[in-house]
Design a protein around this ligand. Structure first.
Ligand SMILES: [Zn+2]
Length: 162
């Protein structure tokens, strides 16, 4: 049953009270909405910080020799593509098992779902220089070194002055 709307003619005083109530409701909306935006952006910053820390934790374990993949029931950092990008670590560093050539894989360019753990990408890694002209099954494997990001050039080329 839909609610019945009864329009009762309001007296002047009631109209004023109603207008005041509506203004207060708008004011309440504005201040609460502004607060929700602030809280949400602070929460998003916290999530980014947690994602960055998880990438750094995983990098530490990778530097120490792994394992890249957590064993069942063992708490271990397991950054996903989405977390790595959100945490600012948007490049995967990989090294060829044969020639030691290091490549950077831009995570944003991958078509994998964002929830794919980074360690799962290792199965698809291969060295480009060593695999040129080879059949898919004969490609030279590469292994994950860790997550990284593009650092700004510490000494950007200065414009020549005369
Ligand atoms: Zn190679």
């Amino acid at each position: 049953m839909s609610p019945r709307i009864i329009n009762i003619p309001l007296s002047g005083g009631d109209r004023k009270a109603q207008a005041k109530g509506i203004r207060q409701a708008h004011g309440l909306h504005n201040s609460q909405y502004r607060e929700s935006v602030l809280i949400r952006s602070a929460a998003e910053a916290k999530i980014r910080e947690a994602d960055r820390l998880e990438c750094e934790a995983w990098n530490a374990i990778m530097w120490a020799g792994g394992p890249a993949m957590p064993s069942p029931g063992d708490p271990q950092a397991e950054p996903t593509i989405g977390k790595a990008i959100n945490g600012g670590y948007d490049l995967l560093e990989a090294k060829c098992n044969r020639c030691e050539h290091v490549s950077l894989v831009p995570l944003r360019g991958l078509t994998h779902p964002a929830e794919t753990p980074i360690w799962k990408l290792e199965a698809a890694l291969y060295c480009l220089p060593c695999s040129e002209g080879r059949h898919y099954s004969r490609r030279q494997r590469a292994h994950i070194i860790g997550l990284t990001y593009a650092r700004p050039d510490p000494e950007p080329a200065k414009a020549k002055r005369r």
